[in-house]
Design a protein around this ligand. Structure first.
Ligand code: GLC
Ligand code: CA
Length: 560
């Protein structure tokens, strides 16, 4: 294995800095807080950190609208403090990967400020300007075109209005991207997560999108666009010079398309974040939000596991800064009751969800707060939410619904639920800050917090540690062949990982009641040893093939 394939054995922790830990007492998470908590991150058993954007940004999209690619947002510290964090992380054996957001910049980026000035400006062609807009929709705010008075033209923004799309067909823009890569690589970072990277090449002439497709008209003209692999190859070349690795975010990408980025002649990425398994409750198709469907989830998992096997490498994740808390979506938080501060089977379902994905083939990612089982927040008015896409959804998609119904959807789907301050202990503001934080703290912090879970050997936190440690020391759990059993079962997700004589069998119940579990016929007669379970060891284990609510077990199997 070459050193650049180390990522296959590794796991990562995602930090969305604004809500991670406030180190200087202004209510906003920062690099001082990160520095302080690096030993904690290390203690989870992960091998590195992915930083969501830490760069200067007006925060129209909380960091994903960048106004300076080669600096640190003053709220979070400065370049010196970043270097300290990087050095300390490396000392601890943690890699650091940065977010590369180059589909668009902030409208407050100097390039855009220049570009607006006119057609003879040196930055004129850094963005996509037109006299007349086409019919494309933006993904965040209405139509994809905004008129600019100064320039007297429309600019394209696939996301918010304050996120104008860069013109990647301009070689100068691609040189800028390479220069950004080099800037951070020269400093010593280990890789990049590349934001909506499959959107950077737009079809020439920007033709109208098909009118009969419901959401995001025009997407087929910029998703995996005509020059994408050429541009990706240019970026790959720079990364290769440094031996760093690249993970692409691939919204709406099919496995077939993903393989073009991940293998063969056009290979430009080491891994890709796919979205398929995030559709198990149709969160992205807001019109038709449906209850969570385990069969859908399993299908998505298995599709990617099988398609990439032996050809490419998966990322494994359930939460990030765009996806609300998993216990609230796929765990017991689905059965919300205003009488309960935390779901009845909060702990059990939180731990089960960890086992459901960490043991698949791929590199696991854990999002801050996921490891302690943080849950969605339920604010009482849309005005309390800050995420641009939540606001748009509330004010457009659901106009037919009552206020209560619309708010209900926001409670299930808002990205803000992933962005509440991390709950460190049960002191004021959950130990996140000494002053009132920039955003609401989930009121369950007296139960759901790092300190309490450190002290409890059966906590969700300690279960994550066990899972990561188990994976780390088993070649079978890292490289082994994946196989799913009983794909039509509505409650049980069962899969195995096999390598040579060694097999692990992972069984996860997604039911909040007891269910009977069949044992696969062809595994009968094998010796099995229970090595991990999400219920405390001293509780009696039901030997009749019944699983308790949200029970998860990992067996090591051997031919007898
Ligand atoms: C990606 C990011 C998301 C951001 C969007 C636009 O999907 O993960 O947070 O809003 O791109 O940059
Ligand atoms: Ca701060």
């Amino acid at each position: 294995m070459s050193s650049r394939e180390e990522y296959k054995t590794e796991s990562y922790y995602q930090i969305w800095i604004r809500s991670f830990k406030d180190g200087n007492g202004d209510g906003i998470g920062d690099l001082y807080g990160v520095y302080e908590k690096l030993p904690y991150v290390k203690s989870l058993g992960v091998d590195g950190i992915w930083f969501s954007p830490v760069y200067p940004s007006p925060n129209a999209d909380f960091g994903y609208d960048i106004s300076d690619y080669k600096n640190i947002h003053p709220d979070y510290g400065d370049l010196d403090q970043f270097k300290k964090v990087l050095e300390k992380a490396h000392e601890l054996g943690l890699k650091v990967i940065m977010d590369l957001v180059v589909n668009h910049t902030s409208d407050e980026h100097p390039w855009f400020i220049e570009s607006r000035k006119g057609k003879d400006n040196p930055y004129s062609d850094y963005y996509i300007w037109r006299d007349r807009p086409n019919n494309w929709d933006s993904l965040f705010e209405g139509k994809a075109w905004e008129y600019d008075n100064k320039r007297g033209q429309y600019y394209l923004h696939l996301f918010a209005k304050k996120q104008p799309d860069l013109n990647m067909d301009n070689p100068k823009v691609r040189e800028e991207v390479k220069s950004i890569l080099r800037f951070w690589l020269d400093m010593g970072v280990d890789g990049f997560r590349e934001d909506v990277i499959n959107f950077i090449s737009k079809r020439e002439g920007l033709p109208d999108g098909f009118p009969f497709l419901p959401a995001a008209k025009g997407m087929s003209h910029y998703k995996d666009g005509p020059h994408i692999h050429e541009y990706m190859a240019e970026f790959r070349k720079v990364c290769d010079e440094y031996g760093c690795f690249q993970i692409g975010e691939g919204p709406m990408t099919s496995v077939g398309t993903a393989l073009k980025y991940l293998s063969g002649d056009t290979k430009s990425l080491d891994m890709m974040f796919s979205f398929d398994h995030m559709m198990a409750d149709c969160l992205y198709t807001e019109y038709i939000h449906r209850p969570f469907d385990l069969i859908k989830l399993k299908k998505a998992f298995t599709r990617w596991q099988n398609a990439l096997n032996g050809k490419a490498w998966n990322t494994l994740y359930l939460e990030n800064h765009d996806h609300p808390r998993i216990i609230s979506r796929y765990g017991d938080g689905r059965y919300f009751s205003p009488k309960r501060k935390i779901p009845k089977y909060w702990k059990e379902s939180g731990k089960m969800l960890a086992a459901s994905y960490i043991f698949q083939q791929g590199t696991p990612f854990i999002y801050q707060g996921q490891e302690i089982g943080m849950t969605n927040i339920r604010l009482s008015s849309i005005d309390d939410y800050v995420d641009v896409s939540s606001k748009t959804n509330y004010h457009t998609y659901h106009l037919k619904d009552t206020v209560e119904e619309r708010l209900h959807r926001i409670h299930i789907s808002s990205r803000d639920s992933a962005r509440t301050p991390v709950q460190w202990d049960d002191s004021a503001h959950a130990g996140f800050s000494t002053v009132t934080p920039w955003f609401y703290v989930n009121q369950n912090y007296d139960v759901v917090n790092v300190r309490a879970e450190e002290d409890d050997p059966d906590s969700i936190l300690n279960f994550y540690r066990k899972c990561l440690a188990l994976r780390k020391k088993s070649r079978t759990l890292i490289y082994g062949q994946y196989r799913e059993y009983f794909p039509r079962d509505r409650h049980i997700y069962m899969y195995s990982r096999t390598m040579g004589d060694v097999m692990y069998l992972i069984i996860c119940s997604f039911a909040r009641h007891r269910v009977h579990v069949k044992f696969p016929k062809d595994l009968k007669g094998m010796k099995k040893k229970l090595i991990l379970c999400n219920y405390p060891e001293n509780e009696p284990k039901d030997i009749n093939g019944h699983f308790r609510p949200y029970e998860a077990r990992v067996y090591r199997m051997k031919k007898s």
